[in-house]
Design a protein around this ligand. Structure first.
Ligand SMILES: O=c1ccn([C@H]2C[C@H](O)[C@@H](COP(=O)(O)O)O2)c(=O)[nH]1
Length: 346
């Protein structure tokens, strides 16, 4: 079976464009990365040297196939942190730096100017785009107006360290399925893209549950798709690793998934504060209980002696869905290695 159903390339100046179609994130990355490496036009951007293709788009036919199985790319933890950051409407470095330390480089007085959360929930201070999109699709299911705008004209009126890379997210309901289309002005294929796909397809599926639809295709377009020189070695490693096959997350339970947001954020806060929140609090919601377990694993393995999380083996056995156990094992291995190294250094 071909890895990707369809590939169309345009070769030319600036690295040409391309359109890819595949089931999940790995099926896309495994096609995209070698071409970006081999054919991407070398360019020096404001953030350093990179290889770039202009006008890259892809379609993922299974938006639940959003976690890479690769050793390198398969880390759902930080992507989950970023999703919660969006859902909570936050723009503070304080929250996100624990999951994605790189954000520190772009913060201005502890705030990320381009953070998506406040724009999704309160664009221009008060426009709740999530609610507007919901209302629109409930009133007229075939609407072509269900757009969440992230980029704003004001973003380039003055200089900011960071502005949204995603210009818009659009939901399109057709024949009982909710498709999503993302347009990006700029996309880091190695560090940004897997996170973006994870977060946006989660939003797609959450919106689908809210509207009682099945998730449809996930469609993505980036005007500038690039890889920075600093990620080229890691990207090559991913390409040569050779056993990528996307992990499919289980379906979200029916009912409005956005209704669990507050409880997820509360649980995250308690895990972060090292209080012993147990996924058992979500006993009747195995899907969300597993999400909480992933957060527990992340925080437990982040620091050496995180209290309250000693028994990760027990946690492993508790995972409702098999797909997540691998990630716990990998985290434990990484932590064991890190501890061994720091013991050696001490
Ligand atoms: O959701 C995001 C946010 C940022 N970026 C990357 C794209 C660029 O490499 C960089 C932002 O740099 P500028 O395009 O603003 O220069 O961050 C992403 O890939 N996805």
């Amino acid at each position: 079976m071909p890895k990707s159903n369809l590939k169309i390339f345009h070769r030319g100046r600036f690295g040409g464009g391309m359109y890819l179609c595949g089931e999940g994130i790995d099926e896309i990355l495994i096609e995209l990365y070698p071409i970006l490496l081999a054919e991407g036009a070398e360019n020096v951007g404001s953030r350093g040297g990179m290889r770039e293709k202009l006008g890259v788009s892809f379609r993922m036919t299974n938006p639940r196939a959003r976690i890479s199985r690769s050793q390198d790319r398969g880390k759902p933890f930080s992507a989950l942190g970023e999703l919660l950051w969006y859902l909570g409407g936050f723009n503070t470095l304080e929250f996100i730096k624990e999951y994605i330390p790189d954000y520190a480089k772009d913060a201005e007085d502890g705030i990320l100017a381009g953070a998506y959360g406040p724009r999704i929930h309160a664009m221009h201070g008060s426009i709740n785009q999530l609610e507007n999109v919901t209302r629109l699709l409930k009133e007229k299911s075939t609407s072509k107006r269900a757009v969440i705008q992230l980029y704003d004209a004001a973003d380039i009126a003055v200089h900011h360290e960071e502005i949204p890379c995603t210009t818009a997210l659009q939901f399109v309901a057709r024949d009982g399925r909710l498709h999503m289309s993302t347009t990006m002005r700029s996309n880091d294929a190695y560090k940004g893209l897997p996170h973006d796909v994870f977060c946006f397809t989660m939003l797609q599926e959450m919106m689908a549950t809210r509207l009682d639809l099945d998730p449809g295709d996930y469609i993505h377009y980036a005007a500038s798709m690039h890889v920075y020189d600093g990620s080229i070695e890691a990207m090559n490693h991913y390409v040569n690793e050779g056993h990528q096959k996307t992990v499919q997350m289980p379906p979200m339970p029916s009912g409005d998934a956005f209704s669990v947001t507050d409880r997820l954020l509360q649980a995250e806060g308690e895990i972060r504060a090292e209080r012993k929140i147990r996924a058992a609090d979500f006993a009747r919601e195995p899907y969300w209980a597993d999400i909480i377990r992933l957060l527990q694993v992340f925080w437990a393995t982040k620091r050496r002696d995180a209290p309250g999380f000693e028994d990760l083996d027990e946690l492993k056995a508790e995972f409702h869905d098999e797909v997540y156990r691998t990630y716990l094992e990998r985290r434990l291995k990484t932590r064991a290695l890190r501890n061994a190294q720091s013991n050696g250094a001490a």
